[in-house]
Design a protein around this ligand. Structure first.
Ligand code: SF4
Length: 419
């Protein structure tokens, strides 16, 4: 008799290869006041940036030698601020990638950039080396809001970066943040109108989240800044939804809007359960056992703690890895010693439940033909979905409604509780 969990996993999980490569660049010129991402502020001529970029290049070379990059469909340089590495270091790193990865016309290669560290000369080099998608950290087109966020650039600098990308007819995305104390609805509306007028093909919209240890969190604790107003943030998210959808950018994920064909394929692979490998300080990976074993055997990764950590792991289980090394230790090793990772094991049942939850982020209906299999695999799944539907959070096809989108954590929490 077939195992419903295995059947469900096979229906939800993509193929066996590593489809996404993420490279983390943990450096910025200046830390923003709200940011909890893993990065440190350094002068741009710091030797650590050279050594770190070289260490990442060496890791890519070793991965390729081990035959683990043959199925790549997307590459993403994120941070931190990858553009802060500058043309020389980025060229070296990307050249190594282009030598070692079989880049196809449809390989999506994204680089995150800060308008402060971006110019025509850098774009020309990146373009020539095969970077074909850019993610621009704009956050707002209102200088007062940018100042409050502690951003290093102003609105004009962001507009310059967007102009350069438009001149090349590039595929790019703009990040915007709402719900910032002091940000008015009129300021938010103006930022949304700007991305629409500029014809930006992809927009990510995030409500400000107060992260522990940031200058914003300290300001709230000391009473010098009010807490973000959740109701106002929800109204701003709704306005973004209405304006962007009306302008032809469809809402394809909780925080993401795109013109048809400009969806982020790299991020979609995360949400659709593809295997991806993250290199660099704090970078996360999601792999299955066979690929993890290959990475351990080739000495590219080492799991922290118990050497027998792979005992009892099934072929379809999901393995979430997070690199435990800081930038200095990665740079010092020049990428020649195994990258130390922390391992979290999601058994088959948890992996299937996580996939169902991720489908909710994408507003994707669960195939009705698969519902009985999923329900057999995860008892009480249908009952839970029905309850969420009765509460108005899911529609008839179990796709999140507008209310369900705003109260997404309630949906994800209820489904995750089944694990
Ligand atoms: S530039 Fe980006 S990564 Fe760097 S501190 Fe600001 S938000 Fe964080």
């Amino acid at each position: 008799m077939s195992d419903p969990l295995l059947e469900a996993a096979e229906s939800l999980l993509p193929g066996d290869g590593i489809e996404g490569l993420y490279l983390h660049v943990p450096f910025c010129r200046k830390r923003c006041s709200y940011c909890a991402f893993h990065s440190q502020a350094l002068p741009q001529d710091d030797q650590l940036l050279d050594d770190y970029a070289l260490a990442l290049s060496n890791r890519v070379r070793r991965l390729s030698k081990a035959g683990l990059l043959g199925d790549l469909r997307t590459i993403y340089l994120g941070g931190g601020t990858p553009s802060f590495l500058g043309a020389r270091r980025l060229s070296g790193l990307i050249y190594m990638i282009s030598l070692r990865v079989n880049l196809h016309d449809d390989t999506e290669f994204t680089l995150e950039l800060n308008p402060d560290s971006f110019d025509r000369a850098l774009l020309k080099d990146l373009w020539a080396l095969g970077v074909n998608r850019y993610s621009v950290g704009v956050q707002s087109f209102d200088d007062a809001v940018l100042k409050r966020l502690g951003r290093i650039h102003d609105a004009n600098k962001a507009l310059d970066a967007i102009d350069m990308l438009r001149e090349r007819d590039a595929n790019f995305s703009v990040d915007l943040i709402c719900g910032i104390p002091g940000q008015s609805m009129a300021s938010w509306e103006e930022s949304l109108q700007r991305v629409i007028d500029l014809g930006v093909p992809h927009v990510s919209v995030y409500p400000l989240s107060m992260e522990e240890g940031t200058p914003f969190a300290h300001a709230v604790e000391s009473g010098t800044m009010p807490l973000p107003d959740d109701d106002l943030a929800a109204d701003m998210m709704l306005l973004a939804h209405d304006m962007l959808q009306d302008a032809g950018l469809h809402h394809y994920e909780v925080a993401s809007y795109a013109r048809p064909g400009f969806e982020s394929r790299h991020n979609l692979s995360y949400w659709k359960g593809a295997q991806y490998l993250g290199l660099g300080s704090s970078a996360a990976s999601m792999l299955r056992k066979a690929n993890l074993e290959a990475l351990l055997d080739s000495g590219i990764l080492a799991v922290e703690g118990d050497g027998a950590a792979l005992d009892g792991i099934g072929a379809h289980d999901s393995l979430r890895l997070v690199c435990q090394q800081d930038a200095t230790s990665i740079a010092r090793s020049l990428g020649d010693v195994p990258m130390l990772v922390d391992l979290e094991h999601l058994d088959l049942r948890s992996s299937v439940i996580e996939q169902i939850m991720l489908r909710m982020r994408l507003f994707e209906a669960l195939d009705p033909a698969w519902l009985p299999v999923l329900d057999a695999a995860v008892p009480k799944l249908l009952e839970t979905l029905e309850t969420l539907r009765r509460e108005g959070l899911l529609d008839e096809r179990f796709v999140p409604t507008g209310r369900g989108w705003l109260l997404g954590n309630r949906i994800y929490g209820s489904i995750w509780d089944l694990a």
